[in-house]
Every structure is written in C-alpha cells, then in structure tokens.
Design a protein around this ligand. Structure first.
Ligand code: FE2
Length: 180
C-alpha cells in the first residue's frame, strides 16, 4: 500500500484511508487494484515479452476500462524498467527533473515499486508517494512532479493516456525544490 513522506517535515503517512485522504486534499487520485490477480511468475517479472505485457493488460482489463471510462483515457500500455533496461541510469537522470504535463499522469503499478515526488499545496510543499504493486495514482495536469525508482530499481506499470502527445514533459524550474 502506498506511503507518503512529506519532505519538509519528515512526516510519514501510511494506511490506505490516511493516504487516500491526504492525496484527496492534494487533488491526486489514488486507487488500488488487486495485484495477486496476476499469475505468481508474472508478479515478479521485470523483463516482459509482448505476450506477457498483453497478459497483464488482459488481467486488468476490467479495472483499466473502468478507469478509462470515468476519466477519458483512450489508450494504455505497459512500461517495465529494471537493471536490464538499456541505459537505465541515464533514463533515471532524465526522469528526475521536476516537470509538468498538459494531461494527467496515470500509473497503475502491477509489480515492483516506484516513487512520485509531487509539489503539494503551499503548506505541505513537496511530498513523496511511495508506490507498490496494486497502487494506482494520477498526478493532475500542470502539477509539478517527477517519478523515479526505489532501491530495488524495478517496476512494471500500466500507463493510460488521453492522447499520447499530452504526456510531453515541460521542465518546471523551481528554486524551492531540494533534492534528497
Ligand atoms: Fe511526468
């Protein structure tokens, strides 16, 4: 289940209801899917064939279509990252820049872990959302954020788009953002 870490105060928020209430106030959508619907071998696999990606999408077809219908997503795909990903370090360096998009950024984690760092309301500042398998998040359009992996450096997620062009990253220069 997702956990929140508020960077300015060090405060941690855990437990589904607390996390959901906090993210609600920050206008970040948070939902949960059952990751054990996937066959056990796929739950721990981070290098996926096209057939295995299709299998993940069909396993969560109902959840994906429900979310898409409510929120207007037209297309979806699977992203898998691990140490087997070519140039993973360079890729992460590119990811780890605060930016915005003109549409929301939706990720449903189906295996592994990841973190969204998001600029919250003025009283909260930047906060981390640590995500694991089953966690579904949508960062609203125009909200500064970035995504990165956690220490295990592996993740599989479903991405949903209204239109793929909406996902272009626009750098957000923010002198108040402090790394680490
Ligand atoms: Fe993004």
């Amino acid at each position: 289940m997702a956990e929140i870490h508020i960077r300015n105060t060090g405060e941690r928020i855990s437990g589904e209801e607390n996390v959901r209430a906090f993210l609600d106030r920050q206008e970040v959508l948070y939902e949960h899917w059952n990751p054990t619907k996937l066959p056990a071998d796929i739950q721990e696999k981070f290098i996926l064939s096209d057939e295995e990606k299709a299998q993940i999408l069909s396993t969560f077809d109902e959840e994906i279509r429900d979310l898409a219908k409510r929120r207007g997503y037209q297309t979806w795909d699977i992203i898998a990252l691990s140490d087997a990903t070519p140039n993973l370090d360079e890729l992460l360096k590119k990811f780890e820049q605060v930016h915005t998009h003109t549409e929301d950024e939706v990720r449903a984690i189906t295996a592994g872990k990841g973190i969204f760092i998001i600029k919250g309301s003025d009283d909260v500042g930047y906060f981390n959302v640590e995500l694991e398998a089953g966690d579904v998040i949508s960062v609203p359009e125009h909200k500064p954020h970035f995504f990165t992996l956690m220490d295990n450096r592996q993740i599989v997620a479903v991405r949903l788009f209204i239109e793929t062009e909406g996902w272009i990253a626009h750098p957000f220069e923010d002198p108040t953002f402090q790394k680490a």
